[in-house]
Design a binder for this molecule. Structure first.
Ligand SMILES: NC(=O)C1=CN([C@@H]2O[C@H](COP(=O)(O)OP(=O)(O)OC[C@H]3O[C@@H](n4cnc5c(N)ncnc54)[C@H](OP(=O)(O)O)[C@@H]3O)[C@@H](O)[C@H]2O)C=CC1
Ligand SMILES: Cc1cn([C@H]2C[C@H](O)[C@@H](COP(=O)(O)OP(=O)(O)O[C@H]3O[C@@H](C)C(=O)[C@@H](O)[C@H]3O)O2)c(=O)[nH]c1=O
Ligand SMILES: [Mg+2]
Length: 318
């Protein structure tokens, strides 16, 4: 830390960034994007059990972060229906605890949320202030987390994203690449509509929120303070598709990249959600308006197809 920075941020360890969920899709990408902002601390589950309230408090007191990026969550949507307490601990109680710390220590908190908080009816894209009516334990516990962060009084950014995937971790793209090598035919739901979002795009957009234009610099500028107002922002690529449409595009682009698939493109069938029963109910309409984030960051978000190309390339070349 240089003395130059010391007067800008009056915290004990001004440049320490605490990232939760470091082994997850988003947490992993955040470590890379934020390494240039400061000293990232990204404990694994073995190093810090985030369901242990006391351990989290002790960790915060010990490291005194200047910024918290909370990418940990309970994301097993179906399993959450039978493990609601565990889902609540990760998705609702943890963000509440982190937000309380952030408010008391006057540091910003970045939190991530989901399209599954919305009721899922209709065809109109949700706005950030649309009514929330989750239909799953996962969605309900995520909403409780959002509300705790909003009500805590801390400086915060809540990015609501959808259908996250990456070259690493558990996700639909990797499932399709595996099934596409094993099966000639697949049935995929075609009436749930949303936007598949690479974890890297999420981390890049988060970093942009900490990267003002020179015209946006203020005398109080701190590298670990967002330059966009506190609140909820949708974060996804432009465009929309169904899981079936996403699967078809994965097979098309993967084949063009030279992946050896046994799947027959004309045997990837679209089916209605009612024909694919799951423990948790998923929204049919996961369309999210991107206007607020694009205006705040001053960018046009890329299309989901171009983002798939980048992520597939990363996956297939490794
Ligand atoms: N995945 C998706 O499709 C979507 C995700 N989101 C949101 O985006 C954010 C990031 O999601 P994503 O990166 O996909 O999530 P992942 O499931 O990939 O990662 C979650 C991380 O949380 C960690 N974690 C869970 N429980 C504990 C625990 N008790 N102690 C320590 N660590 C724990 C996991 O650790 P471990 O690796 O050890 O299991 C994992 O690293 C979340 O807020 C999620 O709700 C929003 C929309 C879509
Ligand atoms: C594997 C498979 C899935 N599907 C369907 C089931 C489901 O509706 C859809 C996607 O399956 P997944 O299990 O990946 O979906 P799911 O885990 O519900 O994904 C969600 O995760 C949470 C964490 C979020 O926040 C959401 O934005 C969303 O990404 O595809 C098929 O129709 N056929 C198949 O062969
Ligand atoms: Mg899943």
């Amino acid at each position: 830390m240089t003395s130059e920075h010391a007067h800008l941020t009056p915290h004990a360890s001004p440049l320490t960034i605490f990232i939760t969920g470091s082994n997850g899709q988003v947490g992993f990408e955040l470590q890379r994007q934020f390494a240039i902002f400061g000293n990232t601390l990204a404990p694994t589950r073995q190093e810090l059990d985030l369901t242990n309230t006391q351990a989290v408090d002790t960790y915060l007191a010990e490291h005194q972060p200047a910024l918290i990026l909370n990418a940990a969550a309970y994301t097993a949507v179906d399993k959450a229906e039978s493990e609601p307490e565990q889902a609540k601990r990760l998705n609702a109680d943890l963000p509440a605890q982190l937000a309380k710390y952030a408010a008391e220590h006057n540091i910003p908190l970045v939190h991530y949320s989901t399209d599954y908080v919305y009721p899922g009816n209709g065809e109109t894209p949700w706005q950030e202030d649309s009514p929330t009516v989750p239909h799953s334990v996962y969605g309900q516990t995520k909403l409780e987390g959002d509300q705790a962060v909003t009500q805590s009084g801390c400086q915060h950014l809540i990015f609501r994203t959808s259908w996250v995937y990456a070259a690493r971790g558990n996700n639909f793209m990797k499932t399709m690449l595996r099934l596409g090598r094993e099966r000639e035919a697949l049935n995929i739901v075609n009436d749930q509509i949303g936007a598949p979002t690479p974890a890297r795009l999420i981390a890049q957009a988060t970093a942009l929120a900490f990267t003002p234009h020179s015209s946006q610099f203020t005398p109080h500028y701190s590298p670990l303070t967002p330059h966009i107002p506190s609140g909820i922002y949708h974060l996804a690529p432009r465009g929309e598709t169904s899981w079936h449409g996403f699967a078809c595009e994965i097979f098309k682009q993967a084949s063009a990249c030279g992946a050896e698939l046994v799947i027959q493109p004309d045997r990837v069938s679209g089916i209605p959600t009612v024909d694919y029963p799951t423990p948790a109910k998923r929204p049919l309409n996961s369309r999210m308006s991107l206007t607020k984030l694009e205006a705040a960051l001053g960018v046009t978000l890329p299309t989901w197809q171009s983002q798939l190309g980048l992520t597939l390339k990363e996956k297939l070349e490794n």
